[in-house]
Design a protein around this ligand. Structure first.
Ligand code: GRF
Length: 208
């Protein structure tokens, strides 16, 4: 079986990471014998729940904290080095709340996907769920996309819709989005590992 090595970037609680790890254990990160293996989790937040989840699954961890670097460019270089140490075929940004810089993208551009809790290009940025709710949309959702230099602007690989309910709060809506997001991310990572990804810079598809 051909295995792709994956590094997951995460800043938060890590439910997306956990879904990937559970899927890997269940053989669901593979299609027709070609699959992914999470070799490390890298975070910018030393006490991120995602790191605990990684340890519980016996996965290597690394932390690259922006506060330990004089500027963003040096942090970006250190992050790139930390990720490179695990020789990933692909990088999965799953709740990583930082913009990846030019050094990172020169190594892993085209090989990094991100999950976002809104239907891009609507509601990019750190407040995708609350922005959608405040705007009054009736349908929102989640997007898996290739990472480029912008904020949630990269070519879209997959999306799932989630209906907004009249009595939704940010928390209740985000919870339903995260259910859809976990499924979409697992499915997307499996396809990425099995088929690769191609993009013209705007439109992207799994396959090569
Ligand atoms: C996800 O909804 C992700 O898209 C957003 O933050 C959430 C992270 O959740 N950026 P978790 O850390 O995977 O639980």
């Amino acid at each position: 079986m051909s295995i792709k090595n994956l590094v997951v970037l995460a800043s938060g609680g890590g439910t997306n990471l956990e879904a990937l790890l559970v899927a890997e254990q269940a053989g669901e990160l593979a299609i027709d014998g070609v699959g992914g293996r999470i070799v490390a989790v890298v975070s910018d937040v030393p006490d991120a729940g995602a790191l605990e989840i990684a340890r519980a699954f016996g996965v290597a961890t690394a932390v690259v904290r922006p506060a330990n670097f004089p500027d963003r460019a040096l942090w970006d270089e250190a992050l790139t080095k930390a990720v490179s140490a695990f020789s990933p075929d692909y990088v999965i940004s799953a709740g990583f709340m930082r913009i990846l810089g030019s050094t990172f993208l020169s190594s892993f551009g085209g090989l990094t996907i991100n999950t976002h809790p809104a239907l891009l290009p609507a509601f990019p940025g750190a407040h995708g769920v609350s922005d959608a709710l405040a705007y009054g949309v009736k349908v929102t959702g989640c997007t898996v996309h290739l990472v480029d230099a912008g904020v949630d602007t990269g070519p879209i690989l997959a999306q799932a819709a989630v209906a907004v309910q009249d009595d939704d709060t940010v928390a209740s809506l985000h919870e339903r989005i995260k259910e859809a997001e976990r499924r979409l991310l697992v499915e997307s990572v499996a396809k990425l590992c099995a088929f690769g990804v191609q993009s013209d810079g705007r439109k992207a598809t799994f396959g090569n």
